[in-house]
Write a protein that binds this ligand. Structure first.
Ligand SMILES: Nc1ncnc2c1ncn2[C@@H]1O[C@H](COP(=O)(O)OP(=O)(O)O)[C@@H](O)[C@H]1O
Ligand SMILES: Nc1ccn([C@@H]2O[C@H](COP(=O)(O)OP(=O)(O)O)[C@@H](O)[C@H]2O)c(=O)n1
Ligand SMILES: [Mg+2]
Length: 209
């Protein structure tokens, strides 16, 4: 018995060292697919710590860091910030949290993000939650998100969709080939989407038929 996450985290030989590594779930999906919304639900029910790569990058801009202007320009253009910057922020947030179960939202967004994370941290996700949603629905959501984000305008949204298709979907396909993707139909109401999410995080009852 045990949860899907525990099973995945046990590793090939179930060694103590492997078990001590943090549990990581990557949360992917197009812009506006509902990653942040569902992560908040997962945190509430399953005790994960939510780390949004986009939120960390926006906080870095606000902090007045030397990279701030570069990050701001890239976000405005819907481009993906070099992984060394994003990975540093993620690592710092993981360390500072003192926790060991993380939802990493909006990362890895391209092959460079993915390969660098695995190389630098030596960690792989237990699985990848993929929120699948049609562009028309994501566009509607982004245009009414009202969080004052500089990239939630139609011009930048179109660029982000293109980057998602060209750079982020290949990462999802990479993990799919490893059997790690849990795909969810994200075009439904929030509660229905969360019901599907729950089915993934709930402990499996092996005796159920
Ligand atoms: N299932 C849903 N149905 C309708 N609106 C949603 C749904 N999930 C999220 N939203 C809304 O859509 C917008 C984008 O959601 P968000 O969680 O920020 O997505 P992401 O982090 O993937 O960009 C927000 O305003 C959010 O309230
Ligand atoms: N791994 C990441 C994540 C986000 N970003 C940047 O941050 C922007 C916003 O990311 P986000 O995850 O907050 O956006 P949503 O998908 O939540 O709408 C992206 O369009 C990128 O410009 C990045 O460069 N690298
Ligand atoms: Mg988000």
């Amino acid at each position: 018995m045990g949860t899907v996450v525990e099973a995945a985290n046990k590793g090939a030989n179930g060694s103590i060292l492997e078990k001590r590594k943090p549990t990581i779930v990557f949360v992917l999906g197009g812009p506006g697919s509902g990653k942040g919304t569902q992560c908040a639900n997962i945190v509430e029910h399953y005790g994960y710590t939510h780390l949004s790569a986009g939120d960390l990058l926006r906080a870095e801009i606000k902090s007045g860091s030397e990279n701030g202007t570069m990050i701001q320009n890239m976000i405005k253009e819907g481009k993906i910030v070099p992984s060394e910057v994003t990975i540093k922020l993620l690592q710092r947030a993981m360390e500072e949290s003192g926790k060991d179960k993380f939802l990493i939202d909006g990362f890895p967004r391209n092959e460079e993000n993915r390969a660098a994370f695995e190389k630098v941290t030596g960690m792989e996700p237990s699985f990848v939650l993929y929120f699948d949603c049609p562009e028309e629905e994501m566009e509607r959501r982004l245009l009414s998100r009202n969080q004052g984000r500089e990239d939630d305008n139609i011009e930048t949204i179109r660029k982000r969709f293109k980057v998602f298709l060209e750079s982020s979907l290949p990462v999802i396909n990479y993990y799919d080939a490893k059997g790690k993707v849990r795909k969810i139909d994200a075009a439904r109401p929030i509660e229905e989407v969360f019901a599907s999410v729950k089915a993934i995080f709930e402990p499996k009852n092996e005796k159920a038929d």
